[in-house]
Write a protein that binds this ligand. Structure first.
Ligand code: ATR
Length: 274
């Protein structure tokens, strides 16, 4: 039986086992995908012994993505840029890593609102690990003007330095005005997640056909996305990114490129607690 894992701390709320389990059943693959709680101090020995423990590879989630990057002998270009790995596998005895979050974000937008590639200018709110992946995806997608705005400006500057001159920093307080000039607006902060206050932004001056995306998927319709829909803008929820980022890993461990379908979405939606 083929075995893969997701390792994080904590891990009990991860949707990944449901997602990969759905695909394993869908394609009749004799495999298993297990959630494993790994404490930070144990992560290095866990990952180094994963192959010997019978795993073909797995996903890495919070808080281990940076440590996984450091342990991989070979990484893809997204992981190299972001300094973080969320997918690992073995190749000729070497631990290899990728960061599929950027791919997942772009694929989700391509499926829901492909016009994003013609957006001209984009605003990314937030400057954490998820923001890095989103900026990378948008820049690779050919968007030439990307503004990052974050409550803590220093973190936005740190993020912008990872990229070339197409990525600039805007002031958090100016987010409404910046949004008005953008064809793509992405929330990567935790604001809007269940238990968190909503993201305070006014889409009043944003004009169609702008695309508004949220990486939050709990709830699926955040106040931001509700406001976007009410204005007739394309609204893309965070579940698409979660589903799409999982596909390359599944293919590398189980040998089948899985499809992201409405059936998968319907399977996951009731599992969201928000
Ligand atoms: P992740 O790696 O998932 O992106 P993170 O690194 O904790 O998570 O980043 C969370 C983001 O949400 C940050 O950009 C954070 O802003 P700060 O850098 O100023 O902390 C943002 N965020 C969280 N709570 C916020 C709030 N109440 N108002 C504005 N931004 C907030």
């Amino acid at each position: 039986m083929k075995r893969a894992f997701v390792a994080g701390w904590p891990i009990s709320h991860s949707l990944s086992p449901h997602l990969h389990g759905y695909w394993l059943r869908q394609y009749g693959i004799d495999g298993i995908y297990e959630a494993i709680a790994v404490e930070p101090v144990e992560f290095t020995s866990f990952l180094q012994s994963a192959a010997a423990s019978g795993y073909l590879g797995g996903n890495i989630t919070i808080p281990h993505k940076l440590q996984a990057f450091a342990l991989c002998r070979k990484v893809d270009s997204a992981a190299a840029r972001l300094g973080a790995v969320n997918t690992v596998w073995m190749e000729s005895g070497l631990l290899c890593g990728a960061n599929t979050d950027s791919y997942g974000f772009a694929a989700s937008l391509d499926a829901a609102a492909p016009e994003w590639r013609e957006c001209g200018a984009a605003l990314v709110l937030g400057a954490g690990g998820a923001a890095r992946a989103v900026v990378h995806a948008i820049a690779e997608g050919g968007v030439r003007a990307i503004t990052v705005a974050n409550r803590t400006a220093a973190k936005a500057h740190q993020l912008a330095r990872l990229f070339d001159s197409g990525v600039t920093v805007g002031e958090w307080e100016n987010r409404n005005r910046i949004a008005a000039g953008c064809g793509l607006i992405v929330n990567t902060t935790a604001l809007g997640m269940s238990g968190q206050p909503p993201l305070d932004i006014d889409l009043g001056d944003v004009s169609r056909p702008a695309v508004v995306a949220d990486i939050v998927y709990n709830p699926l319709e955040t106040p931001l996305l509700r406001a976007a829909r009410a204005k007739g803008l394309a609204a893309v929820d965070g579940l698409g990114m979660l589903m799409h980022q999982a596909a390359p890993g599944f293919e590398s461990w189980f040998g089948k490129r899985p499809e992201v379908t409405q059936g998968l979405r319907r399977h996951l939606e009731p599992l969201l607690s928000g």
